[in-house]
Design a protein around this ligand. Sequence first.
Ligand code: SF4
Length: 458
Amino acid sequence: MGMTLTEKLLARASGRTAVVAGENVWVSVDVLMTHDVCGPGTIGIFKREFGKNAKVWDARKLVIIPDHYIFTTDALCNRNADILRDFAREQGLPYFYDIIDDPNGHWKFDASKGGLKRQYGSHYAGVCHTTLPLKGHTRPGEVLIGTDSHTCTAGAFGEFATGVGNTDAGFIMGTGKILLKAPETMRFWLEGALQPGLMGKDVILHLIGDVGFDGATYRAMEFVGPGASALSMDDRMTIANMAIEAGGKNGIFEADQKTFDYVNERTAANGTKTDYEPVTPDADAKFVYNKKFDLSKLEPTVACHPDPGRRKLAKELGHIALDRAYIGSCTGGKTSDFMAFARVVNGRKVKIDTFGVPATTQIVSELKSMKLGGKTVWDVLVAAGVRMTENAGCAACLGGPVDTFGRMNQPMKCISATNRNFPGRMGHRESQVFLASPATVAASALTGKITDPREFWS
Ligand code: SF4
């Protein structure tokens, strides 16, 4: 019997000729990623189980990216970054994207400089799931495991990518292996092209609305068809990123020339591993769900409070008055996301508090050099009234300490380009988050209520 993309990947990574959904297999891991929230706990488990002088299974396969609770004066959060630094030094890790340049230093955020100006050294990168592809750590055909639920983002590159807890990650650190149950696959056949003003975020919000926020629990979400091939790598990342918001074990696209070009450019630029072997699905693969979607029929979509499956069209929600707009995160903080936002707000002023947090430091640089109508994108955003920070990171996407940039410290309604809107996700437990594309967030920031971006799209 034929195998799906996910089954084929897991078969190869476990040294078998075939894997059937539901089977438990020992899988070799190509890349393990951890960050400042789960890294210290994972390191603790690794040392407890393998010994205090143990070495990680392969220093070149471990990537450590501080990004979550970084730009805060919270001493325990700052301490987490120091634990990662000590470990990276002790293990000789080449891929530790530290906030500061001194390998023996201590991280401390200086609140007196304010939240907008850069406070990081030359190695810092930003949000883990956006940094991994940027630095050449995502490759077709590989297995990437991370201590973060949105690790599924890397499925955009035709690899198996999923999030795990600290215990599994500690075991991988010592052995390079993980025991995984092969998930069943749901196939989303995409055809047609997105209309102007529509983005990858609209696609995934539509699909999650279709199956529900638990509709893909422990399943692979495979996105294929001519509509999938036509999507940019950024849109594919946005879609794979939110597979977990439907409960998915992983999200996956088949790698194609667009993928190879993207990956080859970044592995070469960063000196990361350049060889990889993509997989293709079998024609007779078996799916537990198989449905066609015409992307040309989609309209700007919103997931309403309090879960990512509460699908509505932006044009149906004009009665919802907002207090805040937020653009950023591994889902909506890429250069193309800010570009779409800037196209909508260019020459206009936002009506509500609007925060912009680029996902990576490279995106900060790109926004400061790319032009829109004679101005840099960064300047367009600032002129429109967006509070843009140079401190790339997760920021208020997951709330964070009380001094986190953009955090909702009071009950309020926010439209956000992020990926998760369960109660309390961005701060105050009584706040409400509406998930939407950067274009819809921008249009809503201009009017102060949820707005279809096609009213402003030119
Ligand atoms: S940006 Fe948000 S969703 Fe992405 S890794 Fe950070 S906290 Fe998680």
